[in-house]
Design a protein around this ligand. Structure first.
Ligand SMILES: Cc1cc2nc3c(=O)[nH]c(=O)nc-3n(C[C@H](O)[C@H](O)[C@H](O)COP(=O)(O)OP(=O)(O)OC[C@H]3O[C@@H](n4cnc5c(N)ncnc54)[C@H](O)[C@@H]3O)c2cc1C
Length: 380
């Protein structure tokens, strides 16, 4: 059995960012690293967007917006995002960038195989794929196993689920300087449902019908809503260039408690997805840096996490969404109708002080959150 220092089970966003950080740290050149993924990571399987005030991955950012629209049935507001910009990265560009760097490293290998199992056996770990088995000192896992979060009732488990069509219309209908962040003017049908529009030119945009809810829909329902929205935008002649779909976990379930001494869970599987929004890209930039720093200490992964106030805010927010899924639009509208966009994004980035937190939280419907807080007082 071939032995490695580190094996990555799953080689998507979080694994590739972590490997990238390991490479640029220059401290792992004498460590052998194996990346395993059941997918070859060559297709554009997703589009990532995130707000950013730095130059993170700028060489592969395909579109940037300085403003974003928020809408509900009763109002619309164009948010000036300064000092942030909302940025788009195509999955395929990200994979290519990182695999090009990896291909120059003699100590890092990739195999396109499906992982069946991995476990810790004393001081080493065994990873079994469909084709072979490997041993290693450390497993860095990003394969998402939903069972543990599903089979508990302490933390609500919602999904951010969506289908998106990247369309090209004949008419020039889009304002390519402004992304539609959330448009809640669509029928809510007892859930939190909105449209998300990312125009890349006056004739091209990614249009996604998105829900934050417990249950997924049949494919036709998302697509019918996209068609209705396209009609509402006045588009009569268009072609679909690409489609994407996703189901992102929204839960404050502490995934990191499944870490062992030598196995660490990362990405969505490690709780790196922001529970209240489903955003993962930005968090992964930060967490992968923190993990690489931690790896350099050679420590026990059961210590790689701490709960903080933001975890608790997300938990309360999910309690509210779980109980009153029909009122999700009211919470977001309350935040974005008059709130300071830069402060809200800073809050979502978990970089605000307590007094800034209160400025954001104060805008939320108080009754809902006080009831959620009261209920939590007796369950944690
Ligand atoms: C379509 C889509 C759009 C998204 N858009 C955004 C966005 O705009 N902004 C944002 O912040 N987040 C977004 N997300 C959420 C999040 O950023 C992504 O899901 C991100 O890829 C999560 O990173 P990860 O490393 O946890 O998982 P992944 O990137 O999914 O990596 C896990 C890897 O494990 C592999 N794998 C799974 N099972 C096995 C197995 N048994 N054996 C071997 N390999 C296996 C998969 O092929 C995959 O490559 C989006 C998600 C999706 C699906």
């Amino acid at each position: 059995m071939k032995h490695y220092h580190y094996i990555f089970a799953g080689s998507g966003l979080s694994a590739l960012m972590t490997v990238y950080e390991m490479i640029i740290s220059g401290t792992f050149e004498n460590k052998s690293i194996l990346l395993i993924d059941s997918d070859s990571k060559k297709t554009n399987d997703r589009t990532w967007c995130f707000w950013d005030e730095n130059q993170a991955f700028d060489s592969i950012v395909s579109k940037k917006w300085k403003s974003a629209l928020f809408a509900d049935t009763e109002f619309q507001r164009e948010l000036n995002l300064h000092p942030y910009q909302y940025k788009m990265i195509r999955g395929s560009d990200f994979y290519k960038l990182i695999f090009d760097v990896i291909s120059k490293q003699l100590n890092i290998h990739f195999v396109n195989q499906k992982v069946l199992d991995f476990q810790e056996l004393g001081n080493h770990c065994v990873v079994k794929t469909e084709a072979q088995s490997f041993t290693c000192n450390t497993v860095i896992n990003s394969i998402f196993y939903a069972e543990s979060a599903n089979n508990q009732t302490t933390y609500p488990f919602l999904h951010q689920h969506f289908i998106g069509w990247f369309i090209k219309s004949k008419e020039a209908v889009f304002n390519s300087n402004c992304a539609t962040f959330m448009d809640f003017s669509v029928e809510q049908k007892g859930n939190t449902r909105f449209m998300y529009v990312l125009p890349t030119s006056e004739t091209e945009a990614l249009i996604e019908y998105t829900l934050f809810s417990k249950n997924l829909l049949a494919k036709e329902e998302y697509e019918t809503e996209i068609q209705k929205y396209i009609q509402k935008l006045g588009i009569t002649d268009y072609e679909i260039i690409e489609k994407e779909q996703g189901n992102i976990p929204m839960t404050a379930y502490p995934f990191w408690e499944r870490n062992t001494k030598n196995i660490v869970n990362i990405g969505s599987a490690g709780g790196w997805t922001k529970a209240s929004t489903g955003y993962t890209f930005k968090n992964t930039i930060k967490k992968s840096k923190a993990l690489v720093k931690f790896l350099n200490t050679g420590n026990d992964f059961r210590k790689f996490h701490k709960k903080d106030k933001f975890w608790f805010y997300d938990l309360l927010f999910l309690d509210v969404l779980n109980k009153r899924n029909d009122l999700g639009h009211k919470v977001f509208s309350a935040l974005f109708q008059k709130g300071n966009p830069a402060l809200i994004f800073k809050f979502l980035d978990e970089e605000t002080t307590l007094s800034e937190d209160l400025q954001v939280i104060w805008k939320c419907p108080k009754g809902l959150f006080i009831r959620a807080l009261f209920a939590r007082t007796f369950t944690l």
